[in-house]
Design a binder for this molecule. Structure first.
Ligand code: ZN
Length: 746
């Protein structure tokens, strides 16, 4: 997210136009009652008829939209789709609102875009408003009649001026008759800090159609309250037959495969169906790779930052795809692609714009993989291109569908393969790929708020269950299963991360299908932290994977343990004051056509600073958002993050909670820097706090060293890890790896 200081944050709002709920906007954490407003409601089809047509309340927009959205494809192909010169044509309009009411501050002016989708006799329309101080910034359209050189360019506005989402809820009059019409608009105010929306006032715009000197269609009209009081004036010019416009930059390691058949027209065709005008730029075709071709998350992250250095996301919607040979983080199975989501941080105010695919991944040798079985990913061009587009879809805030039987772009690759295998008559993956976003996703791509879909907007997080399309979904509490959650240390000093262990236990007498991975990255785990004041904060995953992660059977009496380290969320530090915190974890997954859920919780007590030095070290952690990235992704380029961690390590109270982070860093390669086990072994000791997962992870890192290099350090570290493993109950798993290490050393 953008830094809150640079946000107008409603300061320039008209208290008239948007006064409703003005003071009820949530600041700080998300309150339980505002959960539904993670996104504003999207527009629904509005009937066009001579009479005032009330908005139909439709609770199943996806079913209805399927047909409508499909019709809109055809409409998009034909720019001349319009019955009358005065009609509201399909496409994107530049809009400008000038509020002239006496009570309105002079700075209350907005500009933005309005997206009009025509589907037969219905219209679906939404838009976004950005605050504009016309005294300082020139308006996008200084003179309406001089816009011919701007044709087909959708304007881009600075993210920190984002203010409102609007949707059309009624139309009075027939826009195709050439006569004036009235649009009723609902507004939703965006709260940058909590990423929530509150309903603003509803108003009418009296639309009078005109034609510009260059023949462009525009309209203007008064903005009125529902009681007909004039608040100001609005102007709109149609700028494109598309709804949205973006650039996708594709960089690749020379030895990886090209994720397109040709010049990118295969990508464009998919986005065209969603009303997006997308340009594909093949930029760097020879990205330097780590010596073993295997990219760690830290290295991907660094590379992504370098690639976008020269990009201004306030002037351009640019997404970045990197095609590499291998992704290192394969602990959770076969990983085809990955999407990064970086929450608020000094260097990283840009969530959701970087993704990667791995061309050297080998498809498992199983029947379901059809024509791709046992093949290299990059060799199966269709599947490879699909995953690349799929990951970019995530970067546009799209999630996996709930329907396991569809084969559109946002379906998990493994389910598309299953669907081919189970089809009657059987098909061969990847022949059954549907080269389109689903109608539901097309609706989202057309009508999600700008700030939700554009790169560097709101983070991709634990929010997807809150998307409007999911409201109808019936969620079943998982029967016979238990989610046990406990803190590794129930009492932690302020400034320290909280390590939480959790395990999914099958208490029933029969096998149960459970998530394939409990890693946050797999997207099944989400949760909330309730702070001492009762405010709720959600957690978000930073990395999102697409891989071979199917639900797997958990035998009766069996359990799957996992652990997570918590410090920072998208709204700031999770544990910034002393006191009692409640941590609620929730597991969501889909199996046998049902959406399953289970939750568990635990409590933790955060103690106040012991002395001034401790207080200062905690302050440094809390004022350095990059600490989160250092903990979650790692990488030497996160200098500020490691600097804060070093400060914590120099403090005796916080040291045991942080020295593992530094040990993990120095024991792993980062581009040219060699791993240094001896140094790592000197950093950690018996007092070091490690979750079960961290003990296992460090043991696996240890296994990558050979005896010639650092025999003494290996022995020292093995001993320590065995002790820690006993402490946290993972001695079996760690003992096995240590035995393998010892065998290697013989
Ligand atoms: Zn995915």
């Amino acid at each position: 997210m953008t830094n809150n200081e640079c946000l107008n944050d409603g300061a320039g709002d008209s208290p008239e136009l948007f006064s409703a709920n003005y003071n009820s906007g949530v600041t700080g954490g998300r309150r339980p009652d505002s959960v539904e407003s993670f996104l504003p409601p999207l527009p629904e089809p509005v009937g066009i008829s001579p009479d005032f047509t009330p908005l139909k309340r439709i609770h199943a927009p996806q079913d209805l939209l399927r047909e409508d959205a499909l019709q809109s494809y055809d409409a998009l192909q034909d720019d001349s789709f319009s019955c009358h010169p005065g009609a509201l044509q399909q496409g994107c309009y530049y809009i400008r609102l000038m509020l002239t009411s006496l009570h309105t501050p002079s700075s209350s002016q907005y500009e933005g875009t309005l997206r009009i989708q025509r589907t037969g006799d219905k219209l679906i329309a939404s838009g976004d408003l950005y605050i504009n101080d016309f005294c300082k910034t020139p308006t996008y359209y200084p003179v309406l009649s001089e816009n011919s050189n701007r044709k087909n360019i959708i304007p881009v506005f600075p993210r920190n001026q984002y203010a409102r989402y609007i949707r059309v809820v009624r139309i009075k009059g027939n826009p195709d008759s050439g006569k004036d019409i009235v649009l009723e608009l609902e507004t939703f105010r965006f709260d940058n800090k909590s990423c929530t929306w509150t309903r603003g006032e509803t108003f009418n715009v009296e639309v009078k159609f005109s034609t510009g000197l260059d023949g462009s269609q525009y309209w203007r009209g008064d903005i009125q309250t529902l009681s007909k009081r004039v608040l100001g004036h609005m102007v709109a010019v149609r700028v494109s037959p598309y709804f949205r416009q973006a650039l996708i930059e594709i960089d690749r390691v020379a030895a990886s495969d090209h994720p397109s058949h040709n010049d990118g027209s295969d990508w464009q065709a998919v986005f065209e169906k969603a009303g997006w005008n997308v340009a594909i730029e093949f930029s760097d075709e020879d990205v330097e790779e780590p010596e073993d071709h295997n990219w760690s998350n830290a290295e991907l992250h660094k590379k992504m930052l370098v690639c976008r250095q020269s990009v201004d996301l306030d002037k351009q919607w640019r997404y970045h795809l990197l095609a590499v040979r291998e992704l290192e983080d394969k602990r959770d199975g076969v990983i085809f692609g990955v999407m990064y989501d970086s929450p608020e941080s000094d260097i990283n105010r840009t969530p959701r714009e970087g993704v990667a695919v791995a061309s050297e991944v080998i498809f498992p040798d199983k029947n379901i993989w059809g024509k791709c079985r046992g093949k290299r990913f990059g060799e199966c061009k269709e599947a490879y291109i699909r995953t690349a587009i799929h990951e970019i879809g995530h970067a546009m805030l799209l999630y996996h569908p709930h329907n396991p039987h569809e084969n559109y772009i946002m379906q998990r690759t493994v389910l598309v393969a299953h669907n081919a295998y189970n089809a009657v008559p059987p098909q061969q993956f990847p022949d059954n790929i549907e080269w389109s976003f689903s109608p539901q996703d097309i609706h989202l791509l057309c009508h999600l708020p700008d700030i939700a879909v554009r790169p560097g907007g709101v983070p991709f997080g634990a929010s997807h269950r809150r998307l409007p399309v999911d409201v109808r979904e019936v969620v079943v509490e998982a029967d016979g299963l238990e989610l046990n959650v406990s803190a590794l240390h129930e009492v932690v000093p302020i400034g320290a991360p909280v390590r939480v262990n959790f395990s999914l236990v099958n208490r029933s007498d029969q096998e149960k299908l459970v998530p394939g991975s409990l890693s946050m990255k797999a997207g099944h785990v989400s949760g909330r932290i309730i702070d001492p004041s009762g405010t709720e904060h959600t957690f978000a995953t930073i990395i999102h994977y697409d891989g071979d992660l199917m639900p797997k059977p958990l035998p009766a009496g069996g359990s799957i343990p996992y652990s997570a380290t918590m410090l920072w969320g998208m709204e700031g530090p999770f544990f910034p004051t002393s006191g009692y915190y409640r941590i609620i974890l929730e597991l969501n997954w889909r199996t046998q056509g049902m959406q399953m859920r289970i939750s568990g919780n635990t409590g933790v007590m955060v103690t106040p600073p012991k002395d001034e030095k401790h207080a200062r070290a905690a302050l440094k952690i809390f004022s350095t958002p990059e600490t989160l990235l250092a903990l979650a992704i790692g990488g030497d380029h996160l200098k500020k993050g490691y600097d804060a961690i070093h400060t914590a390590i120099n403090n005796p109270v916080l040291k045991p909670h942080y020295n593992l982070v530094e040990a993990k860093r120095v024991s792993q390669r980062f581009f040219d820097r060699k791993p240094d086990l001896k140094k790592a072994a000197d950093i950690v000791d018996e007092k070091t706090v490690m979750s079960p997962r961290e003990v296992i992870r460090l043991t696996k890192i240890l296994k990558s060293f050979t005896k010639e290099t650092q025999k003494e350090a290996i022995e020292k570290m093995s001993k320590l890890l065995l002790t820690k493993a006993k402490e946290v109950g993972v001695e079996d798993e760690v003992g096995t790896i240590i035995k393998e290490i010892q065998a290697q050393m013989q």
